[in-house]
Design a protein around this ligand. Structure first.
Ligand SMILES: [Zn+2]
Ligand SMILES: [Zn+2]
Length: 439
């Protein structure tokens, strides 16, 4: 596993969670294009007809009719080629989202299979650069311009090696295969462009002072980047600030967007930003953005809820017993207009007025959508109000994701306008330096 704060002098191996305990899988099926290319331990787990199925019975891992503690599958030689990956079936993609689905992942490197919390745990260990070439295309399609694929690869590498979050350390892997960490669906979408992108930037990261940047990124900032501390709390990072995602000619003086009226004006407008449909038309986005997302409008969007729908949603999400939702009060917005603190006012089942706070952009997004709202940069318009009770709530919003660091659609806009990799990274991580840490 990666060590926190350590800058590797050579390419490291990394461990990626493929089946997580929360997926509640009780079996795994793996296809081997050529089992002779692998060392499989214990030997009793040798695949029958090029397929190995392991399952859990009474909490015990079983393969080929025998009980075992752990299965390891190792390539005989770690080669740099991308041929003949192992195929793992029923891998969860979009974990926790409404578009969650089951896919087959073609994986390079080694596998480890064991039981954790009564469920199947599958870990893929592989060289970082092979992982990165898969990440760049899992996140965005191969149609993307080279400068975008290179920028995305460098950012993904820096984020991995900065290794600040360590969300899955207890289970023995560095990152999971999904949006919780970085989307990694194996070699299924691997293209010559992605391999070239990884090779052209091999070992390159962005650094601030002597540390690798904790390079966060999201789909669309909505035109203004968010700060690190507004999303995750803690100390500000100098390279994640409120900056227009636009060239210097953008005329917009109603700042800061943390002020309510300014946020509303901002969300009601379509400024000429890199992530705006004026630069990247939304109907062309599907050509560039990977295949597992909903098609739709991301720069500016609208959701409508009836009183009954919103009451049911908030009752379920917040475990309250509201009869009616009365109002949603803004306590604090970040500098990109993202809500980071709100208070929901409601009448409970005895018609007593109550309120409940919701903190953080993440929790707000989770609260206001059956799965996850695009972003927390939104305002709410109430209508059809009778006896102080609105019948309808309309959410008007901007952007997709937390908005801090690189804006993927904005970086696409920059690349389509001819900006080079270094200029894109300078724009999204001001003050950072591009450094090669291993060759
Ligand atoms: Zn994760
Ligand atoms: Zn943007």
């Amino acid at each position: 596993m990666l060590a926190k704060g350590k800058i590797p002098a050579t390419e490291p191996l990394i461990r990626v969670g493929i089946f997580l305990p929360e997926d509640q899988m009780q079996s795994v099926t793996i296809d081997f294009p050529d089992p002779d290319n692998y060392r499989i331990s214990p030997r009793s787990c040798w695949p029958q007809s090029k397929t190995l199925t392991a399952s859990i019975e009474n909490g015990q891992l079983i393969a080929n009719g025998r009980e075992i503690a752990k299965i390891t599958i190792q390539r005989n030689a770690l080669t740099g080629d991308y041929k003949q990956p192992l195929i793992v079936h029923n891998v969860t993609a979009g974990r926790g989202f409404h578009w969650k689905k089951s896919i087959s992942s073609s994986l390079l490197g080694d596998l480890e299979i064991r039981v954790a919390d009564g469920n199947m745990l599958v870990i893929n260990e592989l060289p970082l650069e092979q992982y990165l070439s898969c990440v760049a295309t899992s996140e965005m399609s191969a149609e993307c311009p080279a400068a975008l694929i290179e920028s995305q690869t460098i950012v993904a590498r820096a984020w991995m090696l900065a290794n600040v979050e360590q969300k899955h350390r207890k289970l023995g892997f560095d990152v999971c295969n999904d949006d919780c960490c970085q989307r990694y669906h194996g070699t299924g979408f691997l293209t010559p462009q992605a391999i070239t992108g990884a090779q052209a930037t091999r070992g390159q990261v962005i650094m601030n002072n002597d540390q690798i940047c904790d390079a966060r990124y999201s789909k669309s900032c909505g035109g203004m980047m968010e700060t690190f501390e507004s999303v995750w709390g803690g100390s500000p990072l100098p390279y994640m600030q409120n900056i227009f995602d636009a060239d210097r000619n953008l005329e917009w003086d109603k700042l800061p967007l943390s002020a309510e009226n300014n946020a509303r004006d901002w969300i009601d407008s379509t400024p000429n930003c890199f992530c705006s449909p004026k630069v990247v038309p939304e109907k062309e986005l599907t050509k560039y953005i990977g295949g597992v997302d909903e098609a739709g409008r991301y720069f500016r969007w609208q959701f409508d809820y009836s009183q009954a729908e919103l009451t049911q949603l908030l009752n379920q999400k917040l475990q309250i017993d509201a009869n009616n939702i009365i109002d949603i009060k803004v306590i604090k917005r970040g500098g990109s207009g993202r809500l980071i603190d709100i208070k929901i006012e409601y009448l409970d089942s005895a018609d007593v007025a109550r309120s409940i706070p919701v903190h953080s952009e993440y929790n707000i997004r989770q609260t206001f959508h059956p799965s996850f709202l695009y972003s927390s940069a939104f305002y709410i318009e109430k209508s059809d109000i009778a006896d102080n009770i609105p019948d309808k709530f309309s959410l008007y919003g901007a952007g997709w994701g937390h908005g801090a660091g690189l804006c993927q659609i904005g970086a696409l806009g920059m690349a389509l306008q001819g900006y080079k990799t270094a200029a894109i990274l300078r724009h999204y991580y001001p003050g950072s330096r591009l450094v090669t840490i291993y060759s």
